[in-house]
Design a protein around this ligand. Structure first.
Ligand code: 8LQ
Length: 473
């Protein structure tokens, strides 16, 4: 089959038939049961390789009494213990800098990257030349599926230091034969400069976070430029929810007159586009022949049936330097197996990834996701584009307050319009979330915008509890 080998060794000159919507037709459209059989065989190869090359996996699987050759079905694979971020950090602390799950000699490392988080010990990625090529090929293949083609300009509008997202998009664009523009983000004044460059270059593809695409559109308008003038065909997003949230996706599609594609999983899992929509299919397809994804019950780490919710657990089928085998994400999503409009036979996350389970909070027994609040606000005319979510404990129960900006037009219409909007927001939040939120409307541009991932939740409960403990309460 089309270049499905382990270790992978992609032909750098390969391109599909220009009229084909698929990069690898057979791999993308095969009978899913047949694919599952091939995945099981590949899992055995990857596990045997990881066992031979890494004390980390040897220890883990010896303790669990599991051997690669015992994996005969996908159900057998569910017995393999999961890998957590914490374990990776510990492995790197004990075996610096890349951990004892590095499966190639350090001399093979071609690129060093790292996690973008600001708290705790960061994780280092040591990526071999072979893996770098594999990542580029995988991303090019998925970007082909989004409708991008050789010769297109791809504008990377995301931070190019400690963020794998930008690098994956960049090397995918290069392998696809695009004109890759590693513009970046995050420096002072850079968004206004992006507006100028976008107007000059008219890229077919733009990569960023959804929050930053909204910010960029605001700045374009301030500069007197209609974002449609950029001529973008495809906006592909990763890093946070948004690309599969209808109100946000439709708003961005409308602003830019372009198609939005949601993609992205975790930096450890690069090629992170292995969960990605396509030109004709919304939500995220799970490109199972690249990274095998299980949506699992977070308590048992076993797959839930299609149609149900769980946390994604990822297994690299094509990485050899730091392969992740059953890495648990801690995110929440639900998956389905249906006919996809693009003809690919992969399972799909119709609403994308909702967010991290840790980010979910409970208000009077209801589970609430920050992304659900963003979804409601973005769907309401008059919303000014930013908000904050405040969780506090007034009495014995957690309380939810939302501070939401109104837009300039509502401001111009006077205090009654603002009040009416606040009532609409409150009613809509209570209808969708099932709990009452106290809503405070605030002036346009009250909150700073992000050029990365949005951080909107202010959790006052710990403060409240620590005060209470001090009082002996
Ligand atoms: N996360 C990432 N992509 C997401 C998406 N499309 N929808 C919802 N949540 C998403 C390098 C890539 O951009 C992936 C990435 O952002 O990796 P990070 O920085 O390691 O962050 C991973 C987390 O971002 C995931 O666990 C999701 O919570 C979120």
């Amino acid at each position: 089959m089309e270049e499905w080998n382990f270790p992978p060794n992609y032909n750098k000159d390969y391109f599909p038939d220009p009229n084909s919507p698929y990069w690898f037709r057979a791999r993308e459209t095969m009978d899913p049961e047949k694919r599952d059989d091939l995945i099981v065989a590949r899992i055995r190869d990857v596990m045997a390789y990881a066992y031979d090359h890494s004390p980390f996996y040897q220890r883990k699987w010896d303790e669990a009494g599991i051997k690669a050759k015992d994996i005969r079905t996908l159900a057998d694979f569910e017995e393999v213990p999961v890998v957590t971020k914490q374990e990776l950090r510990e492995s790197q602390a004990k075996n610096p800098p890349f951990g004892d799950y590095l499966c190639c000699p350090e001399s093979d490392i071609h690129h060093i990257h790292g996690t973008s988080g600001t708290t705790g010990r960061p994780t280092a990625f040591g990526i071999s030349r072979r893996d770098w090529d594999t990542i580029a090929n995988n991303h090019a293949r998925i970007m082909w599926g989004m409708g991008l083609r050789p010769g297109d300009t791809v504008f990377v509008a995301a931070i190019l230091s400690l963020y794998m997202g930008s690098w994956g998009a960049l090397i995918g664009a290069e392998r696809l034969g695009c004109k890759a523009f590693p513009f970046g983000a995050g420096a002072p004044g850079m968004t206004a400069r992006a507006v100028t460059w976008l107007s000059m270059m008219k890229p077919a593809g733009l990569y960023s976070t959804p929050s930053y695409a909204l910010r960029l559109a605001e700045v374009a308008r301030e500069e007197g430029v209609d974002p449609k003038e950029f001529g973008i065909k495809v906006l592909f997003f990763s890093g946070e929810p948004g690309g599969s949230i209808p109100s946000i996706r439709d708003k961005i599609q409308d602003i830019y007159g372009a198609k939005v594609v949601d993609c992205g999983t975790m930096a450890e899992l690069t090629p992170w586009m292995h969960a990605s929509g396509s030109a004709d299919t919304e939500g995220m397809l799970l490109w199972q022949d690249i990274v095998y994804t299980e949506v699992a019950d977070p308590n048992t780490n076993r797959r839930v049936p299609y149609g149900e919710q769980g946390t994604p657990i990822y297994t690299h089928l094509e990485r050899t330097s730091q392969p992740m085998i059953r890495m648990v994400s801690g995110d929440l999503t639900h998956w389905v197996m249906e006919d996809n409009p693009c003809g690919r036979t992969y399972p799909r996350l119709p609403k994308g990834i909702y967010g991290r389970i840790d980010d979910m909070f409970q208000i009077r027994g209801e589970n609430v996701y920050p992304s659900a609040i963003a979804e409601v606000l973005e769907g309401l005319a008059g919303y000014g584009g930013e908000h904050r979510i405040i969780i506090s404990r007034g009495g014995s129960m957690d309380e939810l307050a939302v501070q939401a900006e109104f837009d300039q037009e509502t401001a111009n219409n006077g205090p009654d319009a603002v009040k009416a909007l606040g009532e609409r927001v409150e009613a809509e939040l209570s209808r969708v979330l099932g709990v009452r939120a106290r809503v405070v409307m605030v002036e346009p541009e009250t909150f700073p915008r992000t050029d990365f991932k949005a951080q909107r939740v202010v959790d006052d409960r710990d403060l409240y509890q620590s005060l209470n403990q001090k009082r002996g309460g």
